[in-house]
Write a new protein. Structure first.
Length: 161
């Protein structure tokens, strides 16, 4: 059995580790704002990585995201992919800008195995009016299970005059 001092030390190490794992949110406050949207919590997904021009969202699959056949509902796949692609673009924009989906395309490639769906998105082209992102969706064994593409409009923050 662990001593109380040892257990406390382990908890602090875990807390520091989790804090470091999610430190990217400090660099991209728009992603932190996106995670605060109730839909993120309700579906059980969160950002697990981000950098300049890319973002990753991970969904832990639970029965609450299943359809009547006991598999992840198609709309949930789309929400996860769209969130990752929009976030990838948001890493290149000021935190006050609005990234809005204009079009998306989705392909399922194979059934999801396991209880994790990870969406890794990157910006393909950042334009003046429209920008394009792509997303690979992977299962818990890192097998490609779906792909998505999206077109986004970025609106600058409204001026406060």
């Amino acid at each position: 059995m662990r001593s109380p001092r040892r257990a406390s030390s382990v908890r602090r190490q875990r807390w520091r580790s989790k804090r470091l794992e999610r430190a990217f949110l400090d660099a991209y406050p728009a992603l932190r704002d996106m995670e605060a949207v109730p839909l993120f919590g309700a579906l059980g997904y969160r950002f697990t990585g981000a950098g300049e021009g890319w973002a990753e969202v991970t969904l832990t699959v639970t029965p609450s995201v299943h359809n009547l056949y006991g598999i992840v509902h198609g709309g949930v796949w789309l929400i996860v992919a769209d969130s990752a692609m929009g976030a990838a673009l948001a890493t290149l924009e000021p935190a006050t800008s609005r990234v809005i989906t204009a079009q998306s395309d989705f392909r399922w490639l194979r059934p999801l195995e396991g209880d994790t769906l990870r969406a890794h998105a990157r910006v393909l082209r950042r334009g003046r009016t429209l920008s394009h992102s792509t997303c690979d969706l992977l299962d818990s064994e890192d097998r490609l299970v779906a792909q998505a593409n999206g077109t986004y409009v970025v609106q600058p923050a409204a001026s406060s005059s």
